[in-house]
Design a protein around this ligand. Sequence first.
Ligand SMILES: CC(C)(COP(=O)(O)OP(=O)(O)OC[C@H]1O[C@@H](n2cnc3c(N)ncnc32)[C@H](O)[C@@H]1OP(=O)(O)O)[C@@H](O)C(=O)NCCC(=O)NCCSC(=O)c1ccc(O)cc1
Length: 105
Amino acid sequence: MLNATVEDWFAKVVGTSFAEIHVTNRTAIPVVSLSIDFRQVSRLGEILSFALAVDRIGKTSVTLLINAESNDEVRLEARLTLVHISLEDYRPRIWSDEMKIAMAK
Ligand SMILES: CC(C)(COP(=O)(O)OP(=O)(O)OC[C@H]1O[C@@H](n2cnc3c(N)ncnc32)[C@H](O)[C@@H]1OP(=O)(O)O)[C@@H](O)C(=O)NCCC(=O)NCCSC(=O)c1ccc(O)cc1
């Protein structure tokens, strides 16, 4: 669910889908750090709304904050850092200016 939120954000806000990132650009954005606080219990069948905010944009990384809520209660808070890498050598690559500007929106 967290990754679906990240994928949606890249496609709809950043303007570069995971397919473009991986297949066209031959890059990837693996997670290097992930922490989650589960604030309140969620039950099977409940609908959770996920919201994403940008915490920090680095040269090659981005740190995102994702909340999931239901019935006006925060159920979980996640903080994850992704690094933009090349699929040629699996080493970090700087974000394009276009992606950086879109991420800062
Ligand atoms: C990503 C790496 C190539 C980075 O290599 P490093 O030697 O650390 O590079 P650098 O030291 O240059 O750091 C690069 C940047 O990452 C940042 N970084 C690196 N490590 C960290 C940690 N632990 N926390 C925060 N930031 C970090 C660092 O600050 C640099 O930021 P910038 O200033 O913005 O450039 C290497 O750490 C690596 O290969 N890690 C393994 C990544 C991995 O395999 N993750 C699991 C992937 S699975 C996954 O993401 C996924 C699976 C399935 C799904 O459905 C969805 C997602």
